[in-house]
Design a protein around this ligand. Structure first.
Ligand code: ASP
Length: 586
């Protein structure tokens, strides 16, 4: 019998085709309206909202009960699907209502600390503290549904390509390279610690040696870093590795994955991904993850502007210009804003030179004292500026200037509305440097990680010019965000040992930390390579939102705390003793 079922339908599915049916619905009270003769309740569940109608004349008892339910009460109702006189065309269920015979209160609820609406009045911290209420809201639920869909489609694509999903351990060994580890004390091994994986890197390589050939895992990774909006101490990767492959095979396979995700989840046919070298990305965009939704690429102006007595240019290692289309009429105030922008400590430029190409064909610059009309005309030719455009120029030490201009370019992209979250521009950045000099530590660090192989053409440079060696590494970049990166690995013991040596490890240190891998390379290691994608970032990119937090069911705040369960927290003296932990007094 219908009435004995806890529910027969969800709150998102009943329409005019169900008229006359007796149904049982369960859910939360979104809101109620008491109009005297009638009381209405909007009943909500994961699937939608259905209006319940209570009639004071015909169902007095139920109607009185309905007036007593508060927001977020959990109720069960039995009633008949009826056509609404006052239709709401915005809701899929908006043409019907349930005329209720029976109302049962399954549970009461306190008034929520913020409104359970699409635009809530709750601040970030409050929403995180009551995350179970926050995830009742449509935007958060939809974000998590999107994440589910992306995970399912990832598995489906990789499964079809014969990848095996293998779980790797979470309690592993601390390694010095990369970010800081989270560590876990071992009770059974006094004074020793596990580390939580920053990535399953070495395990996936061991799986290749084990003959698994194609591996993937949607896996939690942990890095004890300072947090930003797009970082969490625990985050999820789509981690992949393949055997018997060259770079091209990996790029093709994972271009296939991203195209599959765009097609199935967003209905977008992505064009094939261009390949851009790291060197070109730095030269044209000033960063290794260029936002290619718009042009405005860098033009180097050293030979155009030096030698005219303007010291800032004459002393500069690099002078770069960009042309902002249609900004030639920028006001003094707007130009001052841009100057302030580039002078902010995070950007670090000392000043901004501009030249406005006015509609009447004249060019007015901030350095008219040093450059005459003819010279400014030359700038406009080099920068391909037309009347109505604005030329922006930065000068200084090359790396700093590239970085600052990269930021200014993005700022201009924002101002001109060229960075629309609904437009996607994906590319591969390839040929990264293998090594990076760290001035503080006075040694080379692996730019990707120490298991990355060098471009064979550059191997001869490793001794004398290590900084010039290109890695067989690649990043996938979408809209200025690095969503994945990987490399073809070293698969031979001698080369790996040499790499550790280059990175300043003694032989003992290398053996102690990575002996298991070096040994494994001696038992038939196939050539292999792989990639890992930041899954949370992919979700936020697909969701068109900058922060990854809403795509994580229970995120941490920017101090790394879960303020809902209040973690991290102190442990008892007894626990500490058992774990052999003696803490210095703070
Ligand atoms: N393990 C690397 C990372 O987490 C990715 C890779 O090389 O596959 O960045």
């Amino acid at each position: 019998m219908l009435q004995t079922e806890l529910r027969t339908h969800t709150c998102g599915e009943l329409t005019l085709k169900d008229l006359g049916q007796q149904v049982v619905l369960c859910g939360w009270v979104q809101r109620s309206r008491d109009l005297g003769g009638m009381t209405f309740i909007d009943l909500r569940d994961r699937y939608g909202i259905t209006q319940l109608a209570f009639n004071m004349e015909t169902h007095k008892e139920q109607c009185i009960k309905a007036r007593q339910v508060g927001r977020e009460f959990v109720i069960r109702t039995i009633g008949k699907v009826t056509e609404r006189s006052n239709k709401n065309t915005k809701l899929p269920t908006g043409e019907i209502e349930i005329v209720v015979d029976t109302l049962e209160i399954l549970n009461t609820a306190l008034t929520p600390p913020f409104t359970i609406e699409d635009h809530t009045d709750g601040g970030d911290e409050l929403r995180m503290k009551y995350r179970y209420l926050d995830i009742r809201r449509n935007p958060v639920r939809e974000a998590l549904q999107l994440r589910h869909k992306l995970a399912m489609e990832t598995r489906s694509y990789l499964d079809k390509q014969k990848f095996l999903e293998v779980e790797t351990p979470v309690l592993i060994k601390s390694t010095p390279e990369g970010a800081r580890d989270f560590v876990v004390p071992s009770r059974m091994n006094p004074g020793e610690f596990y580390a939580l994986p920053q990535s399953p890197q070495t395990f996936k390589q061991l799986l290749m040696i084990g003959g698994f050939d194609r591996y993937f895992q949607i896996v939690k990774c942990f890095r004890d870093e300072d947090l930003r909006a797009d970082r969490q101490p625990e985050f999820t990767q789509i981690d992949c590795e393949m055997s018997f492959v060259e770079r091209k095979d990996i790029l093709d396979m994972f271009e296939g994955l991203i195209r599959h995700l765009f097609k199935t989840v967003k209905g977008i046919d992505l064009p094939s991904l261009p390949h851009m070298t790291y060197a070109k990305a730095m030269k044209l965009y000033g960063c290794d993850k260029p936002d290619t939704r718009f042009e405005m690429t860098f033009v180097e102006l050293n030979s155009t502007v030096k030698g005219k007595g303007f010291k800032v240019f004459d002393d500069a290692g690099l002078i770069i210009g960009i042309c902002a289309k249609g900004c030639g009429e920028y006001t003094r105030k707007q130009l001052d804003e841009l100057t302030e922008f580039v002078k902010r400590p995070q950007i670090g430029a000392t000043g901004l030179v501009y030249a406005r190409y006015q509609q009447d064909g004249t060019i007015k610059s901030s350095v008219d004292k040093f450059f005459n009309a003819e010279e400014l005309k030359k700038w406009s030719e080099v920068l391909q500026a037309q009347p109505g455009d604005l030329m922006l120029i930065l000068a200084g030490e090359p790396n700093k200037t590239r970085k600052a201009m990269g930021e200014l370019r993005l700022e201009m992209g924002n101002r001109l509305g060229l960075r629309n979250a609904g437009t996607f521009s994906c590319l591969w950045v390839i040929d990264f440097p293998l090594l990076e000099w760290n001035e503080e530590a006075k040694r080379w660090f692996a730019m990707h990680h120490p298991f990355t192989s060098a471009n064979p053409e550059d191997l001869h440079l490793l001794e004398d010019d290590p900084g010039a060696v290109r890695a067989n590494a690649y990043d996938m970049v979408v809209n200025g965000v690095e969503i994945g990166g990987g490399s073809i690995r070293i698969h031979n013991k001698e080369t790996q040992a040499l790499m550790f040596q280059r990175l300043g490890f003694t032989e003992e240190e290398a053996l102690e930390q990575f002996g298991f891998l070096l040994n494994a390379f001696e038992y038939g290691a196939p050539p292999h390579g792989g990639i890992a994608f930041g899954f949370d970032r992919i979700c936020s990119l697909f969701g068109g939102v900058e922060s990854i937090r809403d795509f994580i069911a229970f995120p941490k705040n920017n101090k790394g705390r879960d303020i809902m369960i209040d973690a991290p927290s102190k442990i008892s003296e007894e626990q500490k003793k058992e774990l052999h932990i003696i803490l210095a007094p703070i």
